[in-house]
Ligand binder design. Structure first.
Ligand code: SF4
Ligand code: SF4
Length: 362
């Protein structure tokens, strides 16, 4: 097993300034990444949205202040003191799941945390929270992760890679933070320390935890693919020292299904997705050209999302068939054919949504 290190992630790497000590150190160890990363360094992808200035001035503020809300929520959660401890049995898991849904989660699973769940070091991605944490060692100690999904707006995702996709993504990140903050404060209120991961500060990568918590399987897109909403979700997780009954990973046959489907790979405008498996800490992911993906973000001015839109599970598949598709390639073929007949290679919608449609604009 190897520990994850947030400093190895693309966003952390390209956030480093050239010729600093940290920069030199990183690329001494990873010289093969230097040239590729240098092309992405310092590029602010939103500025490249292919819209006029009027559009940008009117609609960028829909999301640009989200980080302020997330900062406030983070501080609320961090500053809330742990109260007198109540006795809670492990079977309180069921209640915790319902509470998390009550706060706004789409689905919830619970898994345990161990040494290898956490990043070893922070990657310096928390500037918007006013935190400078590059190189800081991550302290561990929470026992349980309550992992949840927030469904994104499908009409917006079906406009990917255009601006509406960004609206869906940013809205989901804010909801992740809202749900996580309320849950962490609830846990502290009943006497158990808790930490809410949010898009500006993670203690762990969340896809492996979501997989362990039985929320879905890892698809060729390297996203968690859920049965009901595909990868049209964002993930949140609250870590706590309350011990709870845990869930198990599920297997509805996605690994095999992805081999027949490959729609995310076929549709990816950057050819960033591959079918080549990559094992990370016992879980199967896929090799991925992350710099090519980020290049596309810079070109489109959004975080693209075409892979999310392309997934049959995102668009909705026959649930009864999916329940029985494992080890049944014929049924998998039927599901894919039904999807293609209904949506084609991808369910792209060109027409702008009313929220960003300007009368008289072409
Ligand atoms: S976000 Fe776009 S460019 Fe990146 S992997 Fe998905 S489809 Fe490809
Ligand atoms: S689009 Fe197809 S290949 Fe890609 S993750 Fe979804 S099911 Fe798997």
């Amino acid at each position: 097993m190897r520990k994850y290190d947030e400093r190895d992630t693309l966003f952390s790497r390209i956030g480093l300034k050239k010729d600093t000590k940290e920069y030199e150190e990183l690329y001494r160890k990873n010289s093969e990444l230097k040239d590729l990363d240098d092309t992405n360094r310092g590029s602010i992808f939103r500025d490249n949205l292919r819209k006029n200035d009027n559009f940008k001035e009117l609609f960028f503020p829909l999301t640009t202040n989200n980080k302020l809300f997330i900062k406030s929520l983070h501080e609320l959660s961090e500053n809330y003191p742990v109260q007198k401890k109540l006795n809670v049995s492990k079977s309180f898991s069921k209640n915790i799941k319902e509470i998390t849904k009550y706060y706004g989660a789409t689905d919830v699973g619970i898994t345990k945390l161990d040494n290898y769940s956490y990043y070893s070091h922070f990657g310096g991605l928390s500037e918007s929270l006013g935190i400078d944490n590059y190189n800081d060692v991550i302290e561990q100690g929470y026992k349980t992760a309550i992992v949840f999904t927030i469904k994104m707006d499908l009409d917006m995702i079906n406009r990917a890679p255009h601006f509406e996709e960004l609206l869906a993504t940013e809205e989901a990140y804010l909801k992740v933070s809202q749900v996580g903050t309320r849950l962490s404060i609830y846990l502290k209120s009943i006497g158990y320390d808790a930490f809410s991961n949010n898009s500006e500060l993670y203690l762990s990568p969340l896809v492996p935890l979501a997989y362990d918590a039985g929320l879905g399987e890892i698809g060729m897109s390297n996203h968690l693919v859920t049965l009901k909403y595909g990868d049209n979700i964002r993930l949140g997780a609250v870590f706590t020292n309350l011990e709870l009954d845990i869930d198990k990973p599920i297997d509805f046959g996605l690994k095999e299904f992805c081999k027949y489907c490959a729609l995310c790979l076929i549709n990816c405008p950057a050819s960033a997705i591959t079918h080549l498996p990559r094992m990370v800490n016992g879980r199967q992911f896929y090799k991925f050209r992350e710099n090519a993906c980020y290049d596309l973000w810079v070109k489109s001015g959004t975080d693209c999302g075409v892979c999310i839109q392309s997934c049959p599970f995102t668009q909705g598949v026959d649930y009864e068939k999916v329940k029985n598709m494992k080890d049944n390639p014929l049924l998998m073929g039927e599901i894919i054919k039904e999807h293609l007949d209904k949506h084609g290679r991808r369910n792209y919608t060109k027409k702008e949504l009313d929220i960003v449609k300007l009368e008289g604009d072409k």
